[in-house]
Design a binder for this molecule. Structure first.
Ligand code: AMP
Length: 281
């Protein structure tokens, strides 16, 4: 498994692969890898000739009071997992490789970036779109793999790629969950044992929402949201950032629920902020 730092190293390797008519599958991550990430790698391996994973904790997408500094960085463990998953190359740029002195461009995706996560984390999706554009430009993959755990992120990236005519296919992959339903996340490791037990209520609330909508028990989005908040409020030391029933394409909140519908939420448990969602078809 090759390990690269600079854009030039990454690009030279990618160009050599493409010269051999190999298709490249790309999985961008921030590391602290778990089975959700590895599911993207497996999908990429199945669909392309050579797999590149990037590990970069992108300062641009964190707000000033967010967890950039304490974000877990277990690099040796991550590399061992990737080696075992038979990844061909890992790209671990430093901040100065991607943002050298004088760097001042931002990719801003408008509309979709301003609601839900975007409303609670100003500038977050500009940071995400900017780094993903740079990473894509370094790897130039045929396909790039993203998890639906970050549903809005996939929508934003897909919009960017279409709007800029970037020659890459964005592949959205299902959310991988723990046995009790909690969505796998690098941030789950912040949770204490008690908080981890309580965190399953996010999934329970989403599951309840899916039942209420798919069985047509409720069609009024406000009532559904109220029921779900009732479940989430039983988590000690929790704070709900948002719970919404939204159009899965525009991400606009629904009043009267039509299907397909997206139920999305962000909840803080103690100092840990978790997001999750489910699509009701
Ligand atoms: P991150 O390292 O958290 O930035 O995530 C890197 C990629 O892995 C993103 O496309 C995420 O959506 C995806 N991902 C993270 N957690 C999961 C999960 N539980 N299931 C599927 N994909 C995931």
């Amino acid at each position: 498994m090759k390990i690269f730092r600079t854009v030039a190293e990454m690009r030279a390797w990618g160009n050599a692969r493409k010269a051999q008519q190999q298709s490249i599958g790309f999985v961008p991550t921030m590391g602290a890898l778990h089975d959700g990430h590895l599911a993207l790698v497996r999908r990429a391996r199945a669909e392309t000739d050579a797999v590149v994973v990037s590990i970069f904790v992108n300062p641009l997408q964190f707000g000033p009071r967010e967890d950039f500094k304490r974000y877990p960085r277990p690099v040796a463990h991550d590399l061992a997992l990737l080696r075992r998953a038979r990844v061909d190359a890992v790209w671990m740029p430093g901040a100065s490789d991607l943002y050298p002195e004088g760097f001042s461009t931002r990719v801003s995706v408008g509309g979709l970036s301003t609601v839900l996560e975007g409303a609670h984390r100003p500038g977050h999706f500009d940071g995400v779109a900017t780094v993903v554009a740079k990473l894509l430009a370094g790897v130039w993959p045929a396909r790039a793999y993203f998890g639906l755990k970050d549903y809005q992120q996939v929508r934003v990236i897909d919009r960017m790629v279409r709007d800029l005519n970037l020659p890459v296919k964005i592949v959205a992959c299902p959310t991988v969950r723990e046995a009790d339903g909690l969505a796998m996340s690098s941030r789950n490791r912040y949770l204490s044992k008690r908080e981890r037990e309580e965190a399953v209520k996010l999934y329970q609330a989403l599951y309840l929402g899916r039942e209420l909508i798919s069985q047509r028990i409720m069609t009024d989005a406000k009532r559904v949201v109220k029921r779900l908040c009732g479940v989430l409020k039983t988590i000690p030391k929790s704070r709900i950032d948002y719970v919404t029933v939204a159009d899965p394409v525009t991400l606009a909140p629904m009043t009267r629920i039509k299907r397909p519908a997206l139920i999305a939420m962000a909840v803080r448990i103690g100092t840990t902020r978790l997001i999750d969602n489910v699509l009701v078809d």
